[in-house]
Write a protein that binds this ligand. Structure first.
Ligand SMILES: [Zn+2]
Length: 270
């Protein structure tokens, strides 16, 4: 077991970050699996990762879907999603880190959140400006025009599979990006646009090594934008970050928000 994180020992770094965020009106955040892990959702890779223990899922998932979407949907409706990963997501709740990040948006500090997480916890915590680059397991997406709908708002008729887009007639699939499936271009475009106007960049709970997501903090740094890293373990960005707080987001973010709230009063409009 690692030592428990000592917030007090990092008071100077937290002060530095609060000062940086006080001058920020469009921070862009890249949030990774570390934030979900703190809500009890297992990660895929690493020591206790699902893939480490059970092996990687088939790499041709998307090919299987695309070759016969109707059959894929039949199976999905018959079998449901009862694997341990699905169960842990269904049982999870946003943690204090998700809630604090949503408050940074309300305070007019965070302008956009890019996440690799598919568990909907950022949205449930109240975050509204989000790009979910790997999709959201509670949503569906049109393969042609990339329109998205919450699953419960999209009626699926069992005798007319696969479901088709109400907008363009294209095939509708689960929003989660499958193995072998490209990340939807509109999502990547939005991330690039938001990063281009960021006045601060935060990487939280991510090792920031998986591309294309890992490119965004690097792009921000190249423009001279300050970079804040909040992650228990060092990453390739640790050396170049403007400020580093090596702790769990569920402890670090609430502490930052508490101090920032006092300084900003009732928030500001940006
Ligand atoms: Zn469509």
């Amino acid at each position: 077991m690692p030592d428990p994180f000592n917030l007090e020992a990092h008071a100077d770094a937290i002060d530095l970050v609060v000062g940086m965020l006080e001058r920020t009106s469009h921070a862009v955040v890249l949030a990774g699996a570390g934030m979900s892990k703190e809500s009890g959702i297992p990660t895929f890779r690493g020591e206790d990762g699902l893939w480490t223990k059970h092996g990687e899922p088939p790499l041709n998932q998307f090919e299987t879907f695309a070759s016969d979407p109707g059959r894929w949907w039949e199976r999905r409706l018959e079998e449901g999603r009862n694997d341990s990963f699905s169960q842990s997501i269904e049982a999870s709740q946003p943690n204090a880190g998700h809630v604090a990040l949503a408050e940074l948006e309300t305070l007019g500090v965070v302008g956009h959140l890019i996440t690799q997480n598919i568990d909907d916890l950022h949205r449930r915590a109240g975050q509204t400006s989000i790009t979910e680059i790997h999709g959201n397991r509670y949503w569906l997406r049109c393969m042609t025009c990339e329109m998205r709908w919450p699953r419960e708002e999209f009626p699926i008729e069992e005798d007319a599979l696969p479901p088709t887009c109400t907008q363009c007639g294209g095939i509708v699939k689960s929003d989660t990006v499958m193995f072998g499936e490209p990340i939807p271009p509109t999502a990547l475009r939005r991330c690039a646009e938001e990063t281009a106007i960021a006045d601060c960049f935060l990487t939280i709970g991510t090792s920031a090594v998986v591309y294309p997501a890992a490119q965004f903090p690097v792009d921000a740094l190249r423009r001279g934008v300050p970079l804040i890293e909040i992650n228990p373990e060092p990453t390739p960005l640790t050396e170049v970050a403007t400020a580093v707080i090596p702790g769990p987001s569920g402890e670090v973010l609430p502490s930052i928000v508490e101090r920032l709230r006092d300084r900003l009063g009732g928030g500001r409009t940006s």
